[in-house]
Design a protein around this ligand. Structure first.
Ligand SMILES: NC(=O)c1ccc[n+]([C@@H]2O[C@H](COP(=O)([O-])OP(=O)(O)OC[C@H]3O[C@@H](n4cnc5c(N)ncnc54)[C@H](OP(=O)(O)O)[C@@H]3O)[C@@H](O)[C@H]2O)c1
Length: 300
């Protein structure tokens, strides 16, 4: 069943309110999120179409390309409409081979904020996600969030988010800064961050699942699975749409940022905001994997 598409309704993202169906811009860079896209014009079209469809939340980062995606966003959409919320992330850099490396010294975080402001051509960043790395805990979270809080007091950052964090890191982070959002991996087949999702819901903080469709992995069970196929057929929808509709039902504080470089997929993903799954379908999808686990860790 479908209803009029209200893009899943709205929920606060820091100081702003956004539609729950947004757009993740990472797929607009070249292969491996490195270098320019094969079809630059199409990347620009995808961004403009997202806004035409009513999407008012775009997730990005200077890491994508690097710099390519932020430059594309500015080229396609600047000057921005008042409704558009750009969420970026800092805490990493890419080396010449495209590897993702941590960069979490407070000075590096300050520079990263200024770089994002310049490339996105804005005077303040609506939301900056501090992206943590499992392998590097050498710089205290208090120091990293202290740098971001200073930038917020200067009016350069409107909201601070945390990404790739544990529940413990989130609780620690809340001692040092007002945390407006959490961005962690979560989808229909990977529920390892379920505890954090539930905690953010309790606090009224937005939870933005990254890899909502399992990302670019060809065999992603978040896009292709027998159960998704069965439900998709009943709704005359695609499996990706069912996966996204399940996420929207999971909790009202979930904000979607599916990534695509395809106009067709963008239309499909946006339409998932109007898909209404039945309670039995939700129950079957809920039972696919336990909270705290993923199909992969369960040895699927
Ligand atoms: N905080 C973090 O550490 C972090 C990490 C990763 C990503 N992110 C953010 O999360 C966003 C989403 O992640 P993501 O783009 O990697 O993964 P995703 O949204 O889970 O999946 C994207 C992949 O699915 C394909 N796809 C999209 N829509 C589809 C559809 N309707 N049917 C079939 N295939 C479809 C895309 O290919 P096509 O291009 O062919 O459609 C692409 O290969 C990113 O854009 C980024 O902003 C954050």
């Amino acid at each position: 069943m479908t209803t009029a598409n209200s893009l899943g309704g709205v929920f606060p993202l820091g100081e702003r309110r956004v539609h729950r169906v947004g757009f993740g811009a990472m797929q607009l860079a070249g292969p491996g999120v490195f270098g320019p896209p094969a079809d630059r014009e199409r990347s620009i079209q995808v961004l403009r179409r997202a806004v035409e469809l009513g999407i008012d939340h775009i997730d990005t980062s200077d890491f994508y390309g690097p710099w390519v995606v932020n430059e594309l966003i500015a080229e396609a959409l600047h000057p921005y409409g008042d409704d558009l919320v750009l969420a970026t992330k800092i805490g990493a850099y890419r080396d010449q081979r495209g590897n993702w490396l941590p960069s979490q010294h407070p000075d590096a975080l300050r520079s990263a904020v200024h770089d994002n402001l310049r490339r996105l051509k804005v005077e303040a960043l609506d939301l900056v996600n501090l992206r943590l790395h499992e392998a590097d805990t050498s710089i205290p979270l208090a120091d990293q969030l202290g740098a971001l809080t200073d930038l917020r007091q200067q009016g350069l950052v409107r909201g601070i988010g945390l990404s790739n964090v544990t529940l413990e890191q989130f609780e620690e982070g809340r001692q040092h800064a007002e945390i407006a959002s959490v961005q962690n991996l979560y989808n229909v087949v990977d529920r390892t961050s379920a505890d954090l999702l539930d905690r953010t819901a309790e606090l009224g903080v937005s939870f933005v699942p990254f890899f909502p469709l399992g990302s670019g992995f060809a065999d992603s069970y978040a896009r292709e699975h027998d159960l998704l196929a069965k439900i998709a057929e009943k709704h005359q929808a695609t499996q990706a749409q069912i996966s996204l509709a399940w996420l929207l039902r999971r909790s009202p504080n979930v904000l979607l940022i599916p990534g695509t470089s395809s106009l067709t997929h963008l239309d499909e993903n946006t339409a998932s905001g109007a898909l209404v799954l039945g309670d039995q379908e939700i129950a079957e999808l809920d039972a696919l994997v336990a909270d705290g686990e993923s199909l992969e860790s369960a040895g699927h």
